[in-house]
Design a protein around this ligand. Structure first.
Ligand SMILES: Nc1ncnc2c1ncn2[C@@H]1O[C@H](COP(=O)(O)OP(=O)(O)O)[C@@H](O)[C@H]1O
Ligand SMILES: CC(=O)N[C@@H](CCC(=O)OP(=O)(O)O)C(=O)O
Length: 346
């Protein structure tokens, strides 16, 4: 169980443990007169859902069955609050590597869709690209978390992300009982790219100049889940490799999303990146900028933090970095008051 540790004063932290939604009533505090309670993230939760009345009859359900129902009941205010809201989820990296966890993450996404949220999946696939580059004898290289992308690497990136990973995720969503539509940034000019300012070193790494989300609206409205690979073209048709976190942030902003969630392979932002117990549970933009300036956030966490800050600045309500290796981290973050991982607020 993770606890926060002491940290710089600019960083807003809470020191509550990661919740067990079936048992942990301590994470909410009573509201004086209403019989309701308010949790750390400010949402009213009915007192009944926190301390349910026990049925008197001899035929009452078993404890495990009750605790499962408690979890469902506790999710109600969150489902009501986020129903109809767009939630952009970025899934990638090591979090995507586990073949056992992939269907579980996808099921959670489908569950969110079934209860009325509007999930949009933006995916990476860095480890998969590395594996395929290895097959053609290319050694992967990164600078500040971004892949150095020459022409051959760009071809492999496009084949792996758009041809393989995207369709695999679409298949998993379809298998889980929802319907997914796979796209990349080129489709209907969803994303327009230009070379990164560091193009001399990074090659065909792009940054997003424009998002046209019009293709996404009818897909989302009709209940499908868009699945987006982050390869985009510039005005001439040249393909660019866009970091999936960066693209997810821009897409979330263009859609006016309620939430941006980045699934990764650490528990969230760590105050000390070598100490897995130093999870920062909540932090504001100023705090996270300070962590970057102090060198406490590095590598692949830099594009994540930067895209969260950009998304928040453009109107996305909250951005969270959560552990995709933890079963149901997506549901814990969205449907419980305590959440999991790091929530960045504006
Ligand atoms: N302060 C920090 N807290 C957590 N992780 C950090 C921090 N600074 C650097 N990192 C690194 O960032 C990595 C996450 O970025 P990355 O590997 O690109 O994720 P993904 O592949 O999921 O997109 C972590 O595994 C960790 O090594
Ligand atoms: C420019 C850049 O770095 N692009 C990324 C795109 C995929 C990605 O972001 O994948 P993860 O989320 O799995 O890291 C790459 O080539 O790896």
């Amino acid at each position: 169980m993770l606890l926060t540790k002491p940290h710089p004063s600019s960083v807003l932290l809470s020191s509550t443990p990661v919740p067990n939604p079936s048992t942990d009533a301590s994470r909410v505090t009573p509201l004086a007169s209403s019989g309701a309670v308010r949790g750390r993230r400010g949402l009213r939760v009915s007192a009944a859902s926190v301390a349910p009345a026990q049925p008197a009859s001899a035929s009452r359900p078993s404890a495990p069955a009750l605790s499962r129902v408690d979890v469902l009941s506790e999710a109600l205010p969150f489902i009501q609050r986020f129903k109809g809201k767009t939630v952009v989820v970025k899934y990638g990296g090591a979090a995507m590597k586990s073949p056992e966890l992939q269907p579980s993450v996808i099921r959670d996404l489908v569950l969110l869709s079934c209860v009325g949220l509007r999930p949009v999946l933006v995916h990476g696939g860095g480890p998969e690209i590395n594996a395929w580059l290895g097959r053609v004898g290319v050694e992967p290289q990164f600078r500040n978390g971004l892949r150095v992308t020459d022409a051959l690497t760009m071809e492999v990136v496009e084949m792996v992300l758009v041809g393989k990973v995207n369709k695999q995720l679409v298949s998993l969503i379809n298998l889980a009982g929802a319907t997914a539509v796979g796209l990349c940034g080129k489709d209907a000019r969803l994303l327009t790219a230009r070379p990164s300012p560091d193009a001399a070193a990074l090659g065909f790494v792009g940054e997003v100049t424009h998002v046209d989300p019009s293709i996404l609206h009818p897909i989302i409205k009709s209940g499908h889940i868009p699945v987006i690979a982050t390869v985009a073209a510039d005005e001439t048709g040249q393909a660019y490799n866009i970091n999936a976190d960066t693209a997810a942030g821009e897409i979330a902003a263009a859609l006016g999303a309620e939430k941006l969630l980045l699934l990764t392979d650490v528990s969230g932002i760590l105050a000390d990146r070598d100490d897995p117990g130093s999870l920062v549970k909540e932090i504001n933009i100023a705090g996270v900028r300070q962590m970057v300036a102090d060198g406490k956030v590095g590598g692949g966490m830099i594009p994540k933090v930067e895209c969260c800050v950009r998304a928040l600045a453009q109107g996305v309500k909250t951005a969270s970095i959560i552990d995709g290796r933890v079963p149901h981290s997506l549901l814990l973050e969205i449907l419980t008051d305590e959440g999991t991982g790091t929530m960045i607020t504006g």
